[in-house]
Design a protein around this ligand. Structure first.
Ligand SMILES: [Zn+2]
Length: 341
C-alpha cells in the first residue's frame, strides 16, 4: 500500500483501534468552530483558556470538561464532521479499522434526538473505508453513573430504530458503579445479538474485571490495567486470551499511573496478556494511537516485534469479518518485516 512507505519508518504499525470514544475526539479548534456555527456562547475567551483546562487530576475532573464541551454538538452534521475529523487523523496515524464508541445518553439527556447523534456518526462511518481506508463499526456505550433503567430505555430505542450498532459498551465514572449494576442490560444486548464490551479495572478494582466477565459476559475489557494487582486474574485472562484495550496516554493524564515509564503495558505484554494500544479520548489525553506508540517507544524497550504483536492483537480482538482481519494481519506482517529490516 502506498501510504505505508512513511509509516514503516515510524513507531506505529497499522492497527485496529478498539477503544475510542468519538466524543473524546472533539478538538479545541472544532469546539470553537461548532460553537460559532451553532450560535453557542462558550465559557472560554479563547483556545488558550480552554486548553489550560486539560490538566486533569482524576477521571471525574476530565469527565466534567468532557460533558461540558459536548454542548457544541447539536446537529447531524456536527456529529458527522466530528467523526470525519477523527477518521482523517486516525488514518494518517496507521489506524486501518476502528470500533467507535458513542455515548447516546450524554446527548439524549441534553435534548439531542437519538437519531441526530446516531445518524450523524453513522453517516461518516458508512463512507469511512472508501474515503479513508478505515473499516469501522459503531458501539453504543452506556454511562455507568446513570441508572440501568435509563440504559435499557435507550437500548430499546436503538433497537426499535434499527440503529447500525454492532455492540454495547459501558463507560464513565467507574468507582462505585460496578458491572453488576448492568446485568439486565447486557442480557438484553446478548438476546439482540450484539457484541458486549465494558470498561473495567481502570480506576476500579480488579474485582470489576471478574464481574464484567462473569456477570456481563463481555468479549473484551476496556483498560483492565488493574488486573495486574491480582495474579489469579492475570492467569485467567492469559489462559482465555481476553482482549484488554489499553490506553497508555489516557492512564497517565487521568493519573491511573504516575508516568508513562511506570505504565504496566510492557509487563502485561511479557505476561502473555492479549493487550492492544488505543487512544481512548485523543483530543483530551495528548494523542492518537500513533502518538501513544511513539511515546511508549521513547520510554520503553518495545521492539518492532512487540509493536507488531500489539497490532496483531488489536486486529484479532476486533469484531471485523474474517476476510478483513486476514487483510490487516498481512499488513501488520509486512510492517514488521520492513520495520525489522
Ligand atoms: Zn474509555
Amino acid at each position: 500500500m502506498e501510504t505505508f512507505g512513511e509509516s514503516t519508518a515510524t513507531a506505529a504499525p497499522p492497527v485496529a483501534e478498539l477503544h475510542l470514544h468519538i466524543e473524546g475526539t472533539l478538538q479545541p479548534e472544532l469546539i470553537f468552530a461548532l460553537a460559532e456555527r451553532n450560535g453557542i456562547q462558550l465559557p472560554y475567551a479563547d483556545l488558550d483558556e480552554l486548553r489550560a483546562l486539560y490538566e486533569f487530576t482524576d477521571l471525574q475532573s476530565f469527565l466534567n470538561l468532557y460533558y461540558a464541551n459536548m454542548a457544541v454538538l447539536q446537529t447531524e452534521q456536527d456529529f458527522a464532521d466530528l467523526t470525519r475529523a477523527y477518521l482523517a487523523r486516525a488514518a494518517a496515524g496507521g489506524v486501518r479499522h476502528v470500533e467507535v464508541m458513542m455515548d447516546p445518553q450524554a446527548h439524549v439527556s441534553r435534548g439531542i434526538a437519538l437519531e441526530t447523534c446516531v445518524n450523524g456518526v453513522a453517516s461518516a462511518l458508512t463512507t469511512s473505508e472508501e474515503e479513508f481506508g478505515v473499516s469501522s463499526l459503531l458501539i453504543a456505550a452506556f454511562l455507568r453513573d446513570m441508572s440501568e433503567e435509563s440504559a435499557l430505555d435507550v437500548l430499546e430505542q436503538l433497537l426499535a430504530m434499527d440503529a447500525p450498532i454492532a455492540g454495547i459498551g459501558l463507560d464513565s465514572a467507574e468507582v462505585g458503579n460496578p458491572p453488576s449494576k448492568f446485568e439486565r442490560l447486557y442480557r438484553r444486548a446478548e438476546e439482540a445479538g450484539l457484541h458486549r464490551i465494558a470498561h473495567a479495572g481502570e480506576e476500579g478494582p480488579a474485582s470489576y474485571v471478574y464481574e464484567a466477565l462473569d456477570l456481563l459476559g463481555v468479549e473484551r475489557i476496556d483498560h483492565g490495567i488493574r488486573c495486574m494487582e491480582d495474579s489469579v486474574l492475570v492467569d485467567r485472562l492469559v489462559a482465555e486470551q481476553i482482549p484488554l484495550t489499553v490506553c497508555p496516554l489516557s492512564n497517565v493524564r487521568l493519573r491511573a499511573v504516575d508516568t508513562l515509564a511506570d505504565h504496566p503495558l510492557p509487563a502485561m505484554l511479557a505476561a502473555g496478556l492479549n493487550v492492544s494500544v488505543n487512544s481512548d479520548d485523543p483530543a483530551y489525553f495528548g494523542g492518537y494511537v500513533d502518538d501513544n506508540f511513539a511515546q511508549l517507544v521513547a520510554v520503553h524497550e518495545l521492539s518492532a516485534r512487540d509493536r507488531a504483536r500489539l497490532a496483531s492483537n488489536s486486529v484479532r480482538s476486533s469484531f471485523a469479518g474474517e476476510a478483513r482481519k486476514a487483510e490487516l494481519l498481512a499488513e501488520v506482517a509486512e510492517w514488521e518485516k520492513a520495520a525489522g529490516a
